[in-house]
Every structure is written in C-alpha cells, then in structure tokens.
Write a protein that binds this ligand. Structure first.
Ligand code: PLP
Length: 400
C-alpha cells in the first residue's frame, strides 16, 4: 500500500481501525499522499467535504475569520451565527436553530427537545420511537437511539425512553402508537447512512408525519449525513412535501470544520431556553464563517441540482456496467449518496481501492458506499464508477 507510515503511536486511543495511509493535501475531488500519489475521493471524509478539498472560497472565509476573531462564547452576540441561523431556518422551513459541534450533539439536542416537549404535555417518562439499523452517534443518548447492537455493546446501562421499530415499517409505528401512551416523538434518518444507504419506500416520511400529527408527536429527522445537498435537495425531506418539527444536521455543513445544528419549529422551537442547553464552542465565529461560505456555495451555484444529476449519471453507469454481474445484489442511491450492495462481504475493497487511488467505504459489511463531492466533474464521476466496477470485477474467487 502506498505511503505506509510507521506504526500508529499507542498514544492515540485505538477507536478506529485505520487504513495505513495519511494524506498531506487536497484539492477539489482529490487528495494526495506524501509520495504525490493522487486519490479520487469517493467518501469526502464521510460526507463532510461535500464541496471538495481546499475550496478557495471556504478556505478564504476560514482564514479571514481566523485572523479577525475565532471565539467569544455564546455569552455574547455572534453576528456570523445569527446570519447562519437566519439562512438555515429559511432553507429548512424552521423557526430556530441551536448550534453545536457534531452530529451526535445535534441529535442530543433533538432528544432533549423531545423530553422537554413530553414533560410540557405531562408525560413524565417520555418515549421516542427510533429505527432498527439507524445510526445517531456515540454519546450515551445517541448510541442508545442507534439501532445497532455493536454500537451499544459494553455501554450498558443504556438510557431509558427509546422504543424501537423496524425501518421503513409504518405499521409497526401505528402499533406502538396504539399501545404506548408515553411516546412523544419519532427520530429517524430519511435514508439510513451508516446502515448501508437504505432508502425507504415513497410515502414513508409522509406516513410518519401523519402518525405524528394524529398523536401530537414530534417528527424529528436526523439529516446529519443526508443534509446539506447530499441527496440532491438541501435536506432529504425536501424531496417530499412534509416538514418535520426538528432536524439535526452536521457533516457537510462546515465542509470540514466541526459544526452541528439542531433546527426546530412550532412547539419544538420553544423547548430549549436559557439554562436548559448550551455549548461552549457551538456556533462560534470560525465555524459559522465556514458554514456561511458553504451555504453560499450550496445555494448560489446550482450545485445541489448538479449533485442530483451526477447521482443519476452514476446510477445509470453502474446499472449499465454491472448488469448481469452475479456479485451485485442492488444498485441504489439518491443524489450523491450511492450504494452498490454485493451478495458477499467486501470490506477488503476499501484497501484495494486505496491501492488503486480511490477512496470508498464499505457499510453494513456488503455495501460499497460512495459519498463523493457534490461539485465533481462528469469525468471524475464516470471514472469513479469505472474504478469501483473494476474493483468488484477483480475480487478474488467466483461470485457466490
Ligand atoms: C455521522 C452521523 C452521526 C454522528 O455524527 P458525529 O459528528 O460523528 O457525532 C449521526 N447521525 C447520522 C445519520 C450520521 O451519519
């Protein structure tokens, strides 16, 4: 493998099984290692650098802000934050927003809103419906909400107050509604990201909205991965006519600086007030300047429509090139959240891709997951598809 470094020092907690390559710089859809080898980035730091690496306008915004003022705390007004709040709430159709530093924190805020909302309706032990296969983060509340035992194992006792339903199963949520009078909210991803790019049936979010309306529950969407243009709309729910009560987002919002946001409207927007929640770093000058530059790019240049087109283009090319391939179970995606699900585990493709100069990810053991830059060229999109197809073709052994 290119650019193998010395062993990772034991001073770093081994929370990640790292691929032994370090990149030294990036530009647009590419990153480079210290040998000058170039890698086409099909992962963008897990849906973070959606506008590519070292984007000149974002770099400029960060540099300007860094040399002006980075942080004063939320004890004072932060005009960059207020401007970002105005813009995001308008885009999302929400009333207000709380800024934090990560996706998990954005979801923590949704969970705290749901609990306060429950108590405001005299539900002493409020329950939140969450889905199998979901991923919401690594804090105690969000790992409890996560529908994956591997994320939870060893951290018991988990939190109370979560009820689980299969993803994409409206009937099971109706059953919960009939039996559990403590439910006050539903928290789901519009598309399962870490769970393997699972796209629910048309009408799923609408049906959840309807159940929430009938029972006075909050519909809370985890758009940490799907937000900020990734699926071909600013937020994935904007492919539908529904509006949720609460939206969590993060990853692509800062294009690499750590920022998360929890947006809310209506009753949900009235829950978090002085003394109930906070963050020292959340929404500081630096990250908000970066995020404002990201929002400029996402809303001005037609990039999100372009991401939708590129996604169609890549899906079509995958379908053509993988037609009749016995290894392939399903090709799916929305915008630039793309998956090729195989009939066999394929984790080794990640390393083979690095050797070939491509960054991809494998989710849920058998799903090649692509989260490429929203602004890449047609040629890069085509070449990414071709490289993934070649890697699948080169897998050892016969197709199962
Ligand atoms: C990545 C992710 C999170 C967690 O975000 P962090 O920034 O790692 O805390 C939560 N929800 C979804 C859907 C994600 O993809």
């Amino acid at each position: 493998m290119a650019d193998v470094l010395e062993e990772i020092p034991r001073s770093v907690m081994p929370t990640y099984a790292r691929i032994p390559v370090a990149f030294v710089r990036g530009e647009g859809s590419y990153v480079y290692d210290s040998n000058g080898k170039r890698y086409l980035d099909g992962l963008t730091g897990i849906a973070v650098c959606g506008l590519g690496h070292a984007h000149p306008k974002i770099a400029d915004a960060i540099a300007r802000q860094a040399s002006t003022l980075t942080h004063t705390s939320n004890l004072y007004r932060i005009p960059e934050q207020e401007r970002l709040a105005n813009r995001l709430t308008k885009i999302a159709g929400m009333d207000n927003v709380f800024f934090c530093n990560s996706g998990a924190e954005a979801n923590e805020a949704t969970i705290k809103i749901a609990r306060l909302y429950g108590h405001s309706r005299n539900v002493d032990a409020p329950h939140i419906v969450v889905a199998d296969g979901s991923f919401h983060g690594r804090t105690m509340a969000t790992l409890t909400a996560t529908g994956n035992r591997k994320v939870q194992a060893g951290f018991e006792p988990l939190l109370g107050g979560f009820v689980r339903a299969p993803y994409n199963d409206v009937e099971s949520v109706e059953k919960i509604a009939a039996n559990d009078k403590n439910v006050v909210a539903v928290l789901v991803e519009p598309i399962l990201g870490e769970g393997g790019i699972v796209i629910p049936d048309d009408g799923y979010l609408e049906a959840l909205r309807d159940i929430c309306d009938r029972h006075g529950w909050l519909l809370m969407l985890d758009e940490v991965q799907t937000g900020n243009g990734r699926t071909g709309r600013y937020f994935a729910y904007q492919h539908t006519a529904i509006v949720p009560d609460v939206v969590a987002t993060a990853k692509g919002l800062g294009n690499g600086v750590p920022i998360g946001a929890c947006l809310a409207r209506g009753e949900a927007a009235k829950m978090l007030v002085a003394g109930t929640h906070g963050s020292t770093f959340g929404g500081n000058f630096l990250v908000c300047a970066a995020a404002n530059a990201v929002v400029d790019e996402l809303t001005d240049g037609g990039i999100i429509d372009r991401a939708a087109e590129l996604g169609e283009r890549m899906l079509a090319r995958f379908s053509e090139r993988l037609a009749g391939n016995n290894r392939v179970k399903e090709i799916r995606g929305k915008g630039l959240m793309l998956a090729v699900e195989l009939n066999e585990p394929c984790a080794e493709l990640v390393g083979a891709a690095v050797d070939a100069g491509l960054l991809i990810n494998v989710a849920a053991d058998t799903v090649v997951r692509l989260l490429p830059p929203l602004n890449m060229s047609d040629d890069d999109a085509d070449s990414m598809v071709d490289q993934v197809v070649d890697l699948i073709d080169a897998m050892p052994g016969d197709a199962p």
